[in-house]
Structure formats: structure tokens, C-alpha cells
Ligand binder design. Structure first.
Ligand code: SAM
Length: 274
């Protein structure tokens, strides 16, 4: 095995999802970087792996750990990075360590596996040819309000992580900004005994959340519908304004087309036939 930092995904609830390749890398690693040594220690013993060394690497210690990891890799060893569950770096620490190793010109290897976001997305049944990942929303304030506003307009399916304690508040905010009719799915306890997908409108899911659900939750929000094409009158009014501001007809048509999201040809035809 060549020297490298190996990012290893671990189960999000079901030990059966730990891949043979993950076990092999954990067993071979000179060091396993993890969020919580006790938790990862339990995972290793359930997998029958005797790790050489474990080191806690969290949001605060990632920088300091990088030097030790780089030293081991320079000495020809392999270092594994795991998080408490799922894929490291996905709403979990790891990014800075990976960046430091890559910047030092060392090899980064990924052993892919469980991620709650992808499991929830594929189970949602929504369009996922394009999607966006929001992770946890900011808890309050202007940052939360602006993220909710972006979500309301987002046409791609969006996936969010949320705690069971806060899901009702988040659904209530989403009803206000997206409207109660927007469809969504709550994916709860994925890969575990009580896995469930609760499907419905935001309004229905808000009602469901009144029963104070427990367990781990991913919320998948269907994208906003495409806004309707503006009518001719709206385009002509915008063209008149652009022409009054001194733009020539070609530039006015191009600028209005870009602003209103209509084709340049349509805007150009209307400049001449208004
Ligand atoms: N790195 C993880 C991953 O790859 O999915 C995510 C870690 S993040 C700190 C934890 C959040 O992921 C939870 O609050 C929940 O929103 C989601 N999550 C993790 N495991 C889950 C599961 N089994 N079912 C549903 N959601 C889960």
C-alpha cells in the first residue's frame, strides 16, 4: 500500500454497511484520525480490527493534527480519516486535514460508503439529476432568513440535515417561505431498524412533526417550480425603460432578456413591434 491519507466512510446506523475495503484500510492504518476515540474504538472492535493508534481530530484540532499526519505519510505510512458516522467532511470535520495533505502533494484516497444525504435523496423520489446540499441551516438571525429565502427560490431538490428537536421549527419556517404546498420528505433513522420516509406537503409534515419525532433526520425539499415566463406587456415595459435610459435597441433587448430570463430573440422582436 502506498503512503496516503485515506478517507473512509463508516455506517450511519447499520454495521452491515461497513465495506470490506473500509475494514482493510482501518486494519492497515498507522493512525486512525477520528472525532471520538471511544466511539471509533467501538466500531473497530465490532469490525474485529485492532487499530495501531487512534487520534482525535475535530473542528478545533484538525490544524494541529495535519503536521503529525503529514509526518507519517512522509515516512511511508497510511493514515485513515473517519468521522462519527457516514462520510468524513460531510457536515463533519476533515476538510482542512484533506486540504493540508493535498497541498503538501501527498496522495488522498477515498473509500466511499454511507452518507445520510445521498440515502435520503435517492429514497425521496424527487428529481436528483441536479440537487443541492444545505447541511444544517443556521439556527437563527439574518443568516437563517437569507438561507430560507434562497431555498424558497431554489429549483433543484435540496437536502438538509436537522435535529429532531428543531425539525418542527424548520418545517414551520419552510411553510412560511416556500408555501405549505411544497412537497418534501423526512428520511428518519436511515439504515436502522425504524427507518422511515415520511412524504407529503410541508404543511402535512409540519402536522406530523407535532408528535415530536425522535432519531436522526434528513429533510429533502422538492425544488421550486419554474417561474412562469413574463408576458409581452412586462417585457415591453422593461424595454421602454432600458431605451429611455439611453441603450440602443440591440443592447436593450440583450439586457432585458438577461434580466427577465427570456430569449434574446423574443426581446428583440418586441423592441421592433412594440
Ligand atoms: N457525515 C455524516 C454523513 O455522511 O451523512 C453526517 C454527519 S452530521 C454531524 C449528522 C446528521 O446527519 C444528523 O443530524 C442527521 O441529520 C444526519 N444523519 C446521520 N445519520 C442519519 C441516519 N441514520 N438517518 C437520518 N439522518 C442521519
Amino acid at each position: 500500500m502506498t503512503p496516503a491519507l485515506v478517507i473512509v466512510a463508516t455506517p450511519i446506523g447499520n454495521m452491515g454497511d461497513l465495506s470490506p475495503r473500509a475494514v482493510e484500510e482501518l486494519a492497515a492504518a498507522a493512525l486512525v484520525c477520528c472525532e471520538d476515540t471511544r466511539r471509533t474504538g467501538r466500531l473497530l472492535s465490532r469490525a474485529g480490527v485492532q487499530a495501531r493508534a487512534l487520534r482525535r481530530v475535530d473542528a478545533h484540532t484538525e490544524g494541529a493534527a495535519s503536521a503529525a499526519v503529514l509526518e507519517l505519510i512522509a515516512a511511508g505510512r497510511r493514515v485513515v480519516l473517519v468521522s462519527d458516522s457516514g462520510t468524513p467532511g460531510v457536515s463533519d470535520p476533515g476538510r482542512h486535514l484533506v486540504a493540508a495533505v493535498a497541498q503538501a502533494g501527498c496522495e488522498v484516497v477515498v473509500v466511499p460508503g454511507p452518507t445520510a444525504a445521498i440515502a435520503a435523496l435517492v429514497g425521496s423520489g424527487f428529481a436528483i439529476d441536479r440537487f443541492c446540499f444545505e447541511g444544517f441551516l443556521p439556527r437563527r438571525g439574518r443568516e437563517r432568513a437569507s438561507r430560507l429565502e434562497q431555498l424558497a427560490a431554489e429549483q433543484r431538490t435540496c437536502v438538509l440535515y436537522e435535529s429532531p428537536k428543531r425539525i418542527a421549527a424548520t418545517l414551520a419556517d419552510l411553510v412560511v417561505c416556500c408555501g405549505g404546498e411544497r412537497q418534501a420528505v423526512v428520511a428518519r433513522e436511515l439504515t436502522k431498524l425504524h427507518e422511515e420516509f415520511v412524504r407529503g406537503s410541508l404543511h402535512e409534515l409540519l402536522e406530523w412533526s407535532a408528535a415530536e419525532p425522535k432519531g436522526e433526520i434528513v429533510l429533502v425539499l422538492e425544488g421550486a417550480p419554474e417561474p412562469p415566463e413574463p408576458d409581452d406587456e412586462t417585457i415591453v415595459a422593461a424595454l421602454d425603460l432600458a431605451l429611455a435610459q439611453g441603450l440602443g435597441s440591440r443592447d436593450a433587448a440583450a439586457s432585458v432578456a438577461a434580466d427577465l430570463g427570456v430569449s434574446k430573440r423574443r426581446a428583440y422582436d418586441l423592441v421592433h413591434h412594440r
